[in-house]
Design a protein around this ligand. Sequence first.
Ligand SMILES: Cc1cc2nc3c(=O)[nH]c(=O)nc-3n(C[C@H](O)[C@H](O)[C@H](O)COP(=O)(O)OP(=O)(O)OC[C@H]3O[C@@H](n4cnc5c(N)ncnc54)[C@H](O)[C@@H]3O)c2cc1C
Length: 461
Amino acid sequence: MNAQLLKQLCTIVGKKNCSNSLETLHCYSYDSSKQTYLPDVVVLPDSTKQMIAILQLANKHSIPVVARGAGSGTTGGALPVRGGIVVSTSRMNKILEIDNENLIGIVEPGVITGEFQQQLKQHRLMYPPDPASLKFCTMGGNVAECAGGPSAVKYGVTKDSILGLEVVLANGDILNTGTRTEKGVVGYDLTRLFIGSEGTLGIITKIITRLQPLPECKETFLLQSDSLHKTTALVATILQQNIQPCTLEYMDKTATELVSGLLPEKIPETVQAMLIIEIDGNTKQVAAQCDQLQKLVETLPHCVLQRATNDEEIEKIWLARRSISPACFQLSASKTSEDVVVPRSRIPELVSFCEALSKKLDLTILTFGHAGDGNIHVNMMSHDDSPREQQKAMSAKTELFKKVLSMNGTLSGEHGIGLTKSDFIHMELDAVSIRVMQQLKMLFDPKNILNPGKIFPPDSP
Ligand SMILES: Cc1cc2nc3c(=O)[nH]c(=O)nc-3n(C[C@H](O)[C@H](O)[C@H](O)COP(=O)(O)OP(=O)(O)OC[C@H]3O[C@@H](n4cnc5c(N)ncnc54)[C@H](O)[C@@H]3O)c2cc1C
């Protein structure tokens, strides 16, 4: 990038919020995909006005712009694969409004999701989407990926909690989508178009969220089972019985062993799988549903159900659950992590397939995740980074995707396509779908400056 452009960027955001020092570039060169690409410059705007000026400049000179929240994305979405400008939203981190009467919250994109949720608690409100990364990921990143979490089984994913957005388009125009009302059908639903668009259509600068009253109470259970398959089959049974958990998370034996030290109690050797089940609502409903759950589990000799009795135990359970993904690196530094979704009733089949694949390819494969909505995290651990092991991991990924699609599933429930899955989208989307998506991309970003090299395969037009 030439000195003149750099100077102009520094003028827009202020000298201390614009850097091309090698140290800074490295800090913004990676995300949770563990790949690295150096940008040419990093800028930290603090307002929509600054964002507009950055995009106008970049568009004029056809410079790639990559929005970055916390860089916790697992598919390489925030990586500047073609260099250019990384725009960090870390200074756009204000909660702008909490409207108790209308159950609406408005935030800037750099707000940390967990911090927003903590603030809302003081108003007896909640914003349900709760990715395991909530302590560090941003609201902007969540919207751009349509993040999900354990509570999606009852409350839905990010798209179900967003009413509207302010977006700065590639040419610097501001686009306001959606409404501040529960309903609204004027024109096309552009809000949904931007949710999950992975920073390729525009940069989100304001988010209007739908809030919920904080439930009166919540009960947390840990179910231990000596049968992996019966446990995964139980997921569909629980939901069929009209028990409406707000969490139905599953972890297999390997995942459990990785984090067992964090759990409130020692887990017996015989345990093959666990479920975390939570039920929330008003006191009467919760008591009735807990009763129903306990009666159901009493009929299952392979299961033990324990109710958490205090906040400390609940925190330990969640710490363990949220630590699974990072703890995988104890097994190997080389991890391929997928977030496939299958119909709930077919989770046992998926888990069996992963066991067989693990044996066939001599690859440790562990499964855990949001079983309540069929979204299973399949983590494939290679022995090392050698070409042979990498080839094995690639074969495993391809076979997994084929199997998932043959089961009426989908390649990604919440992590998006980004860079790491762009070579695979044609497995799921037909040529017409890909063409229409690319036409939309062209319409919003004719010079392809916004997060180029993502979602679509590298050789696509
Ligand atoms: C330990 C761990 C656990 C995780 N658990 C979950 C989970 O349970 N559920 C889940 O869904 N994900 C999970 N993730 C993945 C990740 O946290 C989510 O994808 C999250 O939404 C990314 O947010 P971020 O702020 O880190 O975004 P980044 O990684 O910085 O960016 C992600 C994408 O969003 C785009 N983007 C960021 N901000 C904007 C903006 N303002 N406008 C437009 N585009 C933007 C980027 O360009 C990029 O394409 C986990 C990750 C880790 C490391």
